[in-house]
Write a protein that binds this ligand. Sequence first.
Ligand code: PGA
Length: 249
Amino acid sequence: MRKKIVAGNWKLNNTVADSEALASAVAELATEVEGVNIVVCPTSVNLYPVKAKLNDSVALGAQNCYDKESGAFTGEVSAKMLTSIGAEYVILGHSERREYFGESNEFLKAKTDAVLAEGLVPLFCCGETLEQRESGIHFDFVKSQLTESLFHLSAEAIQDVVIAYEPIWAIGTGVTASSDQAQEMHKELRDHLASKYGQEVADKISILYGGSCKPANAEEIFAKPDVDGGLIGGAALKAEDFIAIAKSF
Ligand code: PGA
């Protein structure tokens, strides 16, 4: 059985006080949910105070980290620093980081290695633009993101990675991929993983969907056989909505 995961990407939102309040509300409601790994990912400055508000029902994740452990890298945060405050997950390669901060597949490969070496679970994001989808190259493009950043990993190591398929055209737009579109891409990615690592390994890797996922559409998307949960942006900023999504399996 693959792990079911619902992770909230809070992006660049919330002061410390706002984050603490949201974390407390999520933690309280999360005790009603069983069989789902619930994760919240506040911005780095809010990780530590948020951790103090969580309970065993909610894990902490970061939105990014650097590939080096320490040194003269002003402004960066390392995987070791994240584990030292109790983080268990880290989002890597979100399309916003790829687009606005120029993160390449090569750089994400190094980050993945650093994160796995520290025992953190990478929530590795991939996804195509609308233009790529319309020109029919979306499957090849998204598969190449996995090939270039993850396929150097051993069959053992890849099982510690969680993949998040987030079509860029669905992120923050209110336009969701249909459940069939999500399933089609997830199946394509699982087949791609199987071609490299074998079906048994591919069947153990959780693949989350992200992009305008909300309580009204989560149930239909999560019902698809290759969808193992969601990476939630906007709807994760309201505890009730976020937990309603986590209850959608
Ligand atoms: P959204 O964001 O749910 O607001 O579309 C998802 C994400 O960017 O992870």
